[in-house]
Design a protein around this ligand. Structure first.
Ligand SMILES: [Zn+2]
Length: 140
């Protein structure tokens, strides 16, 4: 089992480490636990309790909530809330709002963002509605 926070309502609960998706017992919204690698352009909202990785080239504009976030040479603009670590590698571009438990910025990365690093990251208030990203992701 592992403890997770619902990215939608922040409810804390336990799930099996084998779970790929389920519904939050509090708000009943669908939660994903898969890791996601992005190698193209995305605009919208992406929520997974797994890890999200932007490859080079990739471009994401929107709102990401996830368990871990790596910008590995991609371009990100928007808000990202991470219940674990953010890592920004050389040649990556990251702009907007970052909320995470820790932040690693490597030499060569570009960051133009407001960062909030706290032991227990909370999702900031939801902005104007964005289209939910349904399909265009690649599983590891
Ligand atoms: Zn919930």
């Amino acid at each position: 089992m592992r403890r997770v926070n619902c990215p939608h309502c922040a409810h804390r609960f336990e799930v099996s480490v084998k779970a790929i998706s389920l519904r939050c017992p509090a708000c009943t919204r669908h939660l994903r636990f898969e890791d996601v690698v992005i190698r193209h352009r995305l605009k919208g909202e992406l929520a997974t309790m797994g890890h999200v990785r932007l490859e080079n080239p990739s471009e994401v504009i929107g709102r990401v909530v996830c368990g871990g976030f790596v910008n590995h040479g991609g371009r990100f603009e928007g808000s990202v809330t991470v219940f674990g670590d953010i890592e920004l590698t050389p040649q990556s571009f990251t702009a907007g709002q970052l909320v995470a438990k820790s932040l690693h910025v490597r030499i060569g990365a570009t960051v133009r963002a407001k960062a909030t690093i706290v032991p227990r990251p909370q999702e900031p208030p939801k902005p104007a509605t964005l289209p939910r990203i349904k399909r265009p992701v690649f599983r590891i």
